[in-house]
Design a protein around this ligand. Structure first.
Ligand code: ATP
Ligand code: MG
Length: 743
């Protein structure tokens, strides 16, 4: 047997080399030993179909006759495949760009030399042998080369690497994928810039499509702007973004988009610039920032190709096909079309349903694809992944399934009984079908519409209950009068949708909600469910109005009798998002929960033991409870301390250490003081990452005895380090000897 292997902790160069080697040794098995880089894992989760990988434990290493090793020559780095090295008569082939070093093995084939990446070596061979590669393979190989050459900026980069990359581009390598996965740490300058951009970002809606616009002035040209805008797009998950930068009397527009509806190439042409549909720029002289923005908005209005009219009205309901094609990220758009074709071939009839349809009509981003299948949803899910790749998790009891497709898109698939087979169906035929029943069981008319995906009828809206009209009239309306009694969580949902979209319940629905609340209907729900609904509301982008509404309907007092919503609290709630924006860059890699900060605002007047009991009653997780309690507990003391004018960094550190990030942000919010905010910011960006050089081992070597003294020395050292008293390993050693004399 032939086996291809690389080193443990594979990076993209290692992974790409595995895949490239497989092209040269098509009969070989491939393993990825041990653990891998996080980004590589993520890539593999989405692209498992590209490379058939075996687990180490599936391989009988005794049977390996030829071992092909890429990106290393060290026996100890190839994981369990090392066992094969003892096989009698084993043939070894190496492909590795690392300079030969002590301990390296030798192979009968042994290719190396000056290359920035091992992938380059293998791509040269693939090219020489005229082996065909797919665009996806080309993309993976490019990833390997880009990564190991630092996008061709490392000094180890060679002309061969550039040539290989250029060859891969001709084979369809997709650089968008490459840049998505090569996450180079932002430089300090970029972090600052990102921070600034986040603060200035403004969202506007044009023809129903959300776009971000950022205006800024800078005395000098900003070199990293384009790269940072790209990052911003990813962090904020934006569909399209325009940055207008004024420098020395010139204005530069940098535009990025990932949806067809916003073609930035065309839009920048109006300013004498240009580029691609997805990335473009323009330079303008002689007019000010404000005027450029005005003109941009005008151009956008005529160029953004949504079917939704500017006055917030909805598009023609017979014409959803073009919205499906143009207003969704192309990945999802093409997936939906494909799913429809596959369904047709398998004789299934499938519909998009629920929140996805609602948000599609509103022009709001929503990538939770919900499908209903007439017939058996699980069989359709299985059929779909058989055709498109991916995998299925089925829930037999509910006849539902989740299909995870290549590219990582997940779709929820439910079943509706199949009663009518004639297709294409005129509306009356559908009307009798079980789709109607499925939709009738839903919460509100705006959530009870469906869109046919089968070709021939692709994009047709199925709207039995007037959802389209209610969307237009901005109304949340139940489907029947027992709705809230059947499921009281719908009261929370109604409030959430009202708040999110600025809708209102119609008179009748509101009355039904009031009646149900009068019946103390919420008591019928388990506390856990109430908790989940509250968290959902507090997690909305702007929950202010929904919280107000909960207060009016007495729901806040159902949570706790002592919660009183004051004007001050209203203001605080409104400030939460601004604070999160200001702290976006130090916190960009962390999961910080906005709802906790909002919850802290709501319960701030309660005593600690009351908050504790509340958390217990509603079964908050231990982690959540801890965060909440620890944040409330020491708030006042912390704010007071952080206001002291002269405070050493080590004291700031001591005060904030161990506090949950949500609590830190709550502190900033309550303090309303520049100095407090600055100190928390410094703590998050710098102080909490400070480490000392000295280790326990080193202290032993310095002649100290292990014990409680060690801890004290370490703490003192950290303090000294924070305060800049020690800066290097040697100054740490001196500090220890000076301050802890041995007797
Ligand atoms: P969101 O954007 O918050 O996810 P959503 O409408 O998609 O809103 P989900 O909880 O994802 O809400 O539910 C998907 C769909 O399932 C809804 O659009 C609705 O049709 C239906 N649904 C969800 N919860 C209920 C409920 N409690 N009662 C009836 N139908 C519901
Ligand atoms: Mg949803």
């Amino acid at each position: 047997m032939d086996l291809i292997v690389t080193h443990v902790g594979a990076d993209f160069d290692a992974l790409a080399s595995l895949a490239a080697a497989k092209k040269l040794y098509p009969k070989a098995s491939v393993i990825l030993p041990g653990s891998t880089d996080k980004d590589v894992r993520e890539y593999l989760d989405k692209n498992s179909h590209l490379l058939e990988l075996k687990q180490e434990k599936e391989v009988d290493f005794k049977k390996v006759k030829r071992l092909i090793v890429v990106d290393t020559r060290l026996a100890k780095r190839i994981g369990e495949a090392k066992e094969a090295l003892n096989n009698p008569g084993l043939v070894l082939h190496f492909y590795d760009h690392h300079p030969r070093a002590k301990g390296d093995l030798f192979g009968t084939v042994d290719v190396g030399g000056y290359y920035g990446a091992t992938t380059t070596i293998l791509v040269e061979l693939i090219k020489k042998k005229k082996i065909k590669i797919s665009p996806e393979e080309a993309t993976l190989f490019a990833l390997g080369i880009y990564e190991d050459t630092g996008s061709f900026t490392f000094p180890s980069t060679t002309p061969s690497d550039l040539k290989a990359a250029s060859f891969l581009l001709t084979r369809g390598a997709n650089l968008n994928v490459v840049s998505d996965f090569i996450r180079r740490e932002l430089t300090k300058k970029q972090v600052k810039l990102l921070d600034r951009l986040l603060r200035l970002e403004k969202r506007i809606k044009i023809n129903g499509i959300e776009t971000a616009i950022i205006k800024l002035k800078s005395p000098d040209y900003i070199t990293d702007l384009a790269a940072t805008v790209h990052r911003l797009r990813d962090i904020e998950n934006l569909n399209s973004i325009f940055v207008l930068l004024e420098t020395k009397g010139k204005i530069r527009i940098i535009a990025r988009s990932r949806i067809k509806a916003v073609n930035v190439g065309k839009i920048t042409q109006a300013f004498g610039g240009g580029g691609h549909a997805t990335a473009a720029s323009a330079t303008i002289r002689g007019i000010g920032l404000k005027d450029v923005e005005k003109k941009l908005i005008k151009v956008l209005k005529t160029n953004v190709t949504s079917e939704i009219t500017a006055d917030g009205g909805l598009m023609d309901k017979r014409n959803l096909a073009s919205i499906l094609k143009n207003n969704l990220p192309s990945k999802i758009a093409s997936l939906l079309a494909k799913a429809g074709r596959v369904a047709e071939q398998g004789r299934f009839r499938i519909y998009l349903v629920g929140g996805f349809v609602r948000d599609l009509l509103l022009g709001v981003r929503n990538f939770d694809v919900d499908l209903v299948v007439e017939g058996d949803g699980i069989s359709f899910a299985q059929y779909l992944v058989k055709r498109l790749g991916g995998n299925v998790t089925a829930h037999k009891r509910f006849a539902t399934a989740v299909a995870t497709l290549p590219g990582g898109i997940k779709i929820d698939i439910a079943s509706a009984r199949k009663e009518f087979y004639e297709f294409p169906a005129a509306l009356p035929a559908i009307e009798k079908s079980s789709l109607r029943e499925d939709l009738y069981r839903r919460d509100f008319t705006i959530n009870a519409m469906a869109v046919i995906l089968n070709p021939g009828h692709f994009g047709e809206l199925v709207d039995f209950f007037g959802g389209w009209k209610d969307l237009k009239q901005r109304t949340v309306k139940v489907l029947h009068k027992r709705s809230f009694v059947e499921d009281p969580t719908r009261i929370f949902r109604a409030i959430r949708f009202e708040g999110r979209y600025g809708f209102l319940m119609d008179k009748n629905t509101e009355q039904l909600a009031l009646d149900a609340l009068k019946m103390k209907i919420l008591r019928r729900l388990s506390k856990e469910r109430v908790r989940e609904e509250i968290i959902a509301i507090l997690s909305e982008p702007e929950p202010g109005n929904a919280i107000l509404r909960m207060d009016k309907l007495g729901i806040l007092n159902f949570i706790h009798a002592k919660i009183r919503l004051s004007q001050e609290m209203g203001k605080e709630l409104r400030r939460v998002n601004a604070i999160f924006s200001r702290f976006a860059s130090p916190l960009r890699e962390e999961a910080v929960e906005r709802w906790i900060v909002r919850f802290l605002i709501l319960v701030q007047k309660l005593g600690i033991s009351e908050v504790e009991k509340l958390c217990e009653d509603f079964r908050f997780s231990r982690k959540e409870t801890n965060k909440i309690i620890r944040s409330e507990e020491r708030l006042r003391e912390i704010v007071r301390k952080l206001r002291e004018p002269q405070l050493k960094p080590s004291s700031v550190y001591q005060t904030l250490k161990g506090l949950p990030v949500e609590g830190l942000l709550f502190t900033v919010l309550k303090a309303r003081s520049r100095i407090v905010e600055k100190r928390v910011y410094q703590y998050l960006t710098r102080m909490r990452k400070v480490r000392i050089y000295t280790t326990g081992d080193k202290l032993k070597r310095m002649g100290y005895k292990a014990g409680p003294l060690f801890k004290r020395i370490m703490e003192e050292l950290l303090r000294a380090r924070l305060d800049g008293i020690v800066k290097s390993p040697s100054s740490e050693t001196k500090f220890v000897f000076d301050n802890f004399p041995k007797d």
